[in-house]
Design a protein around this ligand. Structure first.
Ligand code: SF4
Ligand code: MG
Length: 332
């Protein structure tokens, strides 16, 4: 199958103003030249610690913040070349769900008003059919249609997220970006919402870009996983390869920190030293070198490129490029 979404050399730099004249004196390089694609019907996740650029990537794709540079091809059309009006129309195909649905649901509107409004903006469901469609949608996401005249505060967190999902679905999207969509929920509710997302994917042929800091969550839902660190992609792999045979030292460290993975059985937890450096002046060479237990001279000067291993797995690390050895064999 073809790519539904292709992100090419995407950069998101936010200017820092300063001095007497308020000129741009530097940039926060929140996303720095990343490329990846998502096939139709696929679930691709982006994982990484807060500040790695994963949410920024999601927002840049939708142009919620205008990207600094790059291309975002959706069905072959560069979204960044569309006028504001054309982009608004495209929003029908690309929806986003956030961590806190409460913040994006108008507290003065009932659920049916919220969904009705979303449908009216895109004008795809005729007015007199909307109430019926709303009832169906709410049933589809596991909220009885009889609850459609209730207000957001009358629902639990999990139910509110279901309302957020229903709102995204109300315009028949092709791609849904889920930005920490289950992060605020209790673990048992998380599982229910993840299962719902999977069911909806089958039912409506949806494609997901799933953004999360939580590898445990990502493991439930992903076909492929992208690991980001400080604005860069450090590894891309299918789920099995990533969990069983991670290639990048950062991925390895993330995995070693979650319970009940094979990696943890094989090896002690790797605790990374220090904090994530500032994205204003990221470290030269490999951005991870200030924290990497395996860093050597070359890492401090030369930036590693994403190197293709096999089965589509790619990692940006000089050691991987040099065709070495399993991380578990290296001294720590
Ligand atoms: Fe570590 Fe060097 Fe690989 Fe970067 S390139 S992850 S510093 S070994
Ligand atoms: Mg975020």
């Amino acid at each position: 199958t073809n790519s539904l979404l292709e992100v090419k050399n995407l950069k998101q730099y936010f200017p820092i103003k300063g001095g007497v004249f308020g000129r741009t004196i530097n940039h926060v390089k929140a996303v720095d030249d990343i490329s990846f694609s998502i096939k139709e019907g696929e679930t691709v996740s982006i994982v990484g610690e807060s500040g790695c650029g994963k949410s920024t990537t999601g927002r840049a794709i939708l142009r919620l913040d205008e990207p600094f540079a790059g291309e975002v091809l959706f069905e072959g059309i560069d979204l960044l070349g569309l006028s504001k009006k054309e982009m608004r129309n495209k929003r029908q195909d690309l929806q986003i769900i956030f961590q806190d649905p409460y913040a994006s649901l108008n507290p003065r509107q009932t659920v049916s008003q919220i969904l009705e409004e979303a449908m009216a903006i895109q004008d795809i469901v005729p007015k007199k059919e909307r109430r019926k469609k709303i009832e169906e949608l709410l049933q589809t996401v596991g909220i009885g249609g009889h609850q459609m005249d209730r207000y957001p505060h009358q629902f639990s967190g999990g139910q509110r997220q279901r309302v957020g999902i229903a709102r995204a679905l109300s315009v028949n999207p092709k791609l849904i970006i889920c930005d920490e969509a289950v992060s605020a929920l209790d673990v048992s509710i998380q599982a229910q919402v993840l299962n719902l997302l999977k069911d909806l994917q089958r039912k409506f042929q949806l494609t997901y870009l799933f953004i999360s800091h939580d590898l445990g969550v990502v493991r439930h839902i992903s076909d492929r996983i992208i690991v980001m660190y400080l604005g860069k992609i450090v590894e891309i792999a299918d789920k099995k390869s990533l969990f069983e045979n991670p290639q990048h030292p950062y991925t390895y460290a993330l995995l070693s920190a979650i319970p009940s993975t094979n990696i943890e059985e094989k090896r002690e937890r790797i605790i990374l030293k220090g904090d994530v450096p500032s994205p204003i002046n990221p470290p030269p060479g490999c951005r991870f070198h200030t924290r990497c237990p395996y860093a050597f001279d070359r890492c401090r000067t030369e930036e590693p490129k994403l190197h293709r291993i096999d089965g589509g797995q790619q990692a940006a690390c000089h050691l991987v490029e040099d065709g070495r050895i399993q991380l578990s064999e290296l001294p720590s």
